[in-house]
Design a protein around this ligand. Structure first.
Ligand code: PMP
Length: 318
């Protein structure tokens, strides 16, 4: 643990703030693995778990790579001298903004203008500088804008490049992967994750495959170039991330926005768990796997539904 003292209050002395890393940096990871009893799993004897990444302090899985990337920038001496600059569909931006605020690192993020209003509010809360990019160009437009800014003002910006930065998958290799292995007691057979930068699947997946070559890695992508699954990339039509290695993936599943939203709604109204749309997509993909027989499936839940509240106005109140 990076933080000083015992934050859950079982020690007899009050916690003290660590001087090497801000306290909030040490609260990342060790998220719960939540068992979900589904009909598909019951019929075949399979098991389904959600890795509850929305419980990270910044509200998403992206706290993990953001911290690892910032550690590299600090070790190189580029931070906090320069501002951290990156493109993000929103969650990494919020993670940088939160971690940067705690470490007095200036943060500038390029975010597509159609990212959810909740994300823009959070960026303002943490005091980040935000450059809104063309919504029609999605995360690729944000990447192009960040590259332009980095080239134009190299003295002002340190370009973090989460799509090409090895520290992104490394963070999952060091934390997400080992946690899932430990929490399933080594029983995991399938890891299901939506791919954006692909850092989660590449990093956690590589770790799990090293532990057992039988573990299958399932990538989940939107089924079309234009989609409502924030944070996910349709690789065939997008700028392919430098860290993406398709040879590691055993199976690709393509999911539409409507069935993802419907899976989110069912989970909320039947289990009281409100997850984000990309988790819904991964749950749809996991149904196929559970139908195929005795499997222990872990679905990464990158963020919570609170980040999409503004999109649920038309849901029934019944
Ligand atoms: N879902 C959401 C909501 C995200 O923000 C992201 C990150 N872009 C992902 C899934 C995919 O994670 P990764 O970048 O590690 O592939």
């Amino acid at each position: 643990m990076c933080f000083g003292g015992d934050l859950v209050g079982t020690a007899t002395t009050a916690p003290t703030e660590d001087t090497t890393e801000p306290t909030v940096w040490g609260l990342i990871g060790n998220t719960p693995l939540i068992p979900i009893a589904t009909d598909a799993a019951r019929d075949t004897g399979g098991r389904l778990f959600l890795k509850a990444e929305w419980l990270n302090p910044g509200g998403s899985v992206k706290d993990r790579p953001a911290r690892e990337i910032m550690r590299v920038g600090l070790a190189e001496g580029a931070l906090p001298r320069k501002r951290l600059l990156d493109a993000s569909s929103g969650n990494t931006a919020v993670a940088y903004a939160m971690l940067g605020a705690a470490a007095r690192i200036g943060v500038t993020v390029c975010v597509p203008a159609n990212a959810s209003s909740e994300r823009f509010r959070l960026l303002a809360v943490f005091g980040a500088e935000v450059v809104e990019t063309d919504p029609m160009e999605g995360s690729d437009g944000a990447i192009r804008r960040a590259r332009e800014l980095a080239a134009a003002e190299p003295e002002r910006y340190w370009y973090a490049d989460q799509y090409g930065n090895r520290a992104n998958p490394v963070s999952h290799y060091r934390t997400t992967g080992p946690e899932i292995w430990r929490q399933t007691g080594g029983a995991i057979t399938h890891l299901v994750a939506g791919v954006g930068t692909s850092g989660t699947l590449m990093g956690a997946g590589r770790f799990l495959k090293e532990k057992s070559s039988d573990v299958q890695l399932i990538s989940v992508e939107p089924d079309a170039a234009f989609h409502g699954l924030e944070g996910l990339k349709h690789m065939a039509s997008a700028l392919v991330p430098g860290i993406y290695d398709p040879s590691l993936i055993d199976r690709q599943v393509f999911v539409d926005t409507e069935s993802s939203e419907s899976a989110v709604r069912t989970l909320a109204q039947e289990r009281g768990l409100f997850v984000g749309w990309s988790t819904g997509a991964a749950l749809v993909a996991s149904d196929q796997l559970l139908g195929e027989g005795d499997a222990t499936v872990v679905v990464v839940a990158p963020d919570g539904g609170g980040r999409y509240l503004s999109e649920t106005r038309r849901w029934a109140r019944g």
